[in-house]
Design a protein around this ligand. Sequence first.
Ligand code: SAH
Length: 242
Amino acid sequence: MQTLKSSAASNVDPDELAKFSNLAHHWWDKTSEFAPLHAINPLRLAWINSLANLSGKRVLDIGCGGGILTDAMARKGATVLGVDLATKSLKVAQLHALEAQTPNVSYREISAEDLAREQPASFDVVTCMEMLEHVPDPQSIVAACASLVKPGGWVFFSTLNRNGRSFLHAIVGAEYVLGMLPRGTHEYVKFITPSELATFGRKVGLEIQATRGLEHNPLTKRYKLSDDTRVNYLLATQKVNN
Ligand code: SAH
């Protein structure tokens, strides 16, 4: 069994948190750096909901940022806790929930590992989207997700694949050619292949149930879920009963 990092500080990159905190006031601006997350949100929400039926569920969103997915899951009838380590992003998320009167959503500044020690086997559904590629030890986050979810519960991940195409699309294209993301948003070496992520999951009792790719058409600027996992992909896993 993978052991959890002993403290929050050991599995966090302060530069990564600063990147997001500095942009925190833009989280809910759909034309900002966060436009891609707003654009993919209905797609990932529908996919998660089709597998895990969010209504009435207790849900945890790890690395929630400004709460784009957190908020949407609460609106599907779940009771959702969003956690992150970027203070400013959490404030923006809280303020948005207040202004939008989102029901049953709350936010906390705590690491996944610390929450796993505090509340093991407590959530029906755990989501960890577009976050693993920003942490020093993604395997420790996957282990924390496995501890946090109830037996039989669902854990969803999304991240960037690591290959020539993802380098071209996610870094050269998105950051340099199209200017969709600020330069330096992503580091190629931190990208994770689906088989690496599957191995992290299997080690801690998370069985893969489904995989989808996220495809972006730069001409229409639209996204769709597809079988092409070469760039951005989502993985649905379930915690084995034991
Ligand atoms: N999951 C959200 C936001 C993705 S952006 C979405 O998909 O809409 C990545 C987020 O991961 C940022 O909010 C950043 O602050 C957070 N993050 C980075 N390192 C983290 C860590 N070690 N623990 C918790 N959150 C972290």
